[in-house]
Design a protein around this ligand. Structure first.
Ligand SMILES: [Zn+2]
Length: 100
């Protein structure tokens, strides 16, 4: 089975990250939403899967400073609030994305 991967990452505007996928689909992702949906163990309880952060804990001014790929299946996003432990799998990003 072909795995859909990220082909290209772009910055649509101050607050929106654009992803072009290898199947040609494009996604627009709100960066503040991405930070609020961070899947790392500090943000989501590993056992109950309940969020450990509240949306209001994350400021609207949070922005990614760096996006790096992890193997061929995920991205890590370094945010300007110092948070960088979230591993966003491509599958997860597709779920979060609003089709555009
Ligand atoms: Zn996190």
């Amino acid at each position: 089975m072909d795995t859909i991967r990220v082909q290209e990452i772009s910055q649509i505007d101050q607050r929106t990250l654009g992803i072009t996928w290898t199947d040609g689909k494009k996604s627009a992702l709100d960066v503040v939403m991405l930070r609020r949906k961070c899947p790392c163990a500090a943000c989501i309880d590993e056992w109950s899967h309940e969020p450990r952060i509240k949306p209001e804990d994350i400021k609207d001014t949070v922005r990614p400073v760096k996006v790096e790929s992890v193997g061929l299946y995920a991205l890590t996003i370094h945010f300007n609030d110092g948070h960088r432990t979230g591993i966003y799998t491509f599958k997860y990003l597709r779920e979060l994305a609003t089709p555009s």
